[in-house]
Design a protein around this ligand. Structure first.
Ligand code: G3H
Ligand code: ZN
Length: 284
């Protein structure tokens, strides 16, 4: 069934568990996330990023409707989240499309402008019962950024600033920079665990780890134990999908029916989803 992000995150926070949020690009991603959640017997969040909406020609409704329908017809508890929203127009378009939450990403703005824009987004969300996540301290590696910036050491969220930011904006959850980076294809990131503990103490709302594809299992487990709640995974699904598709097409160079290779790609993503969700459960 389609449930709300707020209830999944609150329940996980109360139990000291993590809840994984997976990025949806194609319908096969949504189907794989549902299948992986069903096999793991765990809830999950399906998130569609502004970049993914742009890939679909800006047609939010089409990909949102397909993803929401996949969640509704699944036996797993699944929520729908709009991820890394920079455009205020896209934020407004999320209303009525099945999203129970959005991540409003003003992290490129100055602190003051970030607070102002995010507080507006939170007001918008409150009027509609939509849960709002925001980011403070940049998690690098987003599309259009140089990978060198992404891995720049010292990009971290300051606990005192984070506490002030949450108080000033009223956000429901906070994405923090603690050493992970977006779009990593190998799991080699090391997290700043003492910082996670300090953030957990300073910040009254659930913390969100972005760029979790690059974080090894034991680092994720430790991060959840220290109080990280929403664990965002995107690239790991694409790595699994593409390897399976490439393998199939290399072995079967004359195939033209996309179902022949999308099937193994989808199955590989479902396996990755199940592994991450099992990790969330292991932290119980
Ligand atoms: O918001 C999405 C996540 O932060 C995904 O990051 O693709 O590096 O796993 P990732
Ligand atoms: Zn992210």
């Amino acid at each position: 069934p389609l449930v709300s992000t707020g209830e999944l995150v609150s329940a996980a926070a109360a139990d000291g568990r993590g809840v994984a949020a997976f990025n949806v690009i194609t319908l096969e991603h949504a189907e794989a996330i549902a299948a992986g959640a069903e096999s793991a017997g765990a809830p999950a969040i399906l998130q569609i990023s502004e970049n993914a909406v742009r890939f679909h020609g800006g047609r939010l409704s089409a990909i949102a409707a397909a993803t929401a329908a996949t969640a509704r017809t699944s036996t797993a508890r699944l929520a729908l989240h709009l991820d890394h929203v920079v455009s205020p127009d896209l934020l407004r378009a999320a209303d009525g499309e099945g999203f129970s939450s959005v991540m409003f990403d003003a992290s490129k703005l100055s602190y003051e402008k970030n607070v102002e824009a995010t507080a507006d987004a939170v007001r918008w969300g409150r009027e509609r019962g939509i849960w709002v996540e925001a980011e403070l301290g940049r998690v690098g590696g987003k599309e259009g950024e140089s990978p060198l910036d992404a891995h720049a050491p010292g990009v971290r969220t300051d606990p005192a600033e984070a506490a002030a930011y949450v108080a000033a904006t009223g956000v429901d959850a906070l994405a923090v920079a603690v050493g992970s980076s977006h779009a990593m294809t190998e799991r080699t990131a090391t997290l700043d665990h003492p910082l996670i503990t300090r953030l957990r103490t300073a910040v009254p709302v659930p913390l969100v780890l972005h760029g979790s594809s690059g974080v090894p299992d034991d680092e994720i487990r430790a991060a959840v134990a220290a109080g990280m709640v929403k664990i965002n995974v995107g690239t790991a699904l694409n790595t699994a999908f593409t390897a399976a598709v490439r393998g199939y097409l290399t072995a079967n160079p004359h195939t033209v029916d996309p179902r022949k290779y999308l099937g193994p790609g989808r199955e590989a993503m479902a396996g990755t989803v199940e592994a991450f969700l099992t990790l969330m459960r292991a932290a119980e």
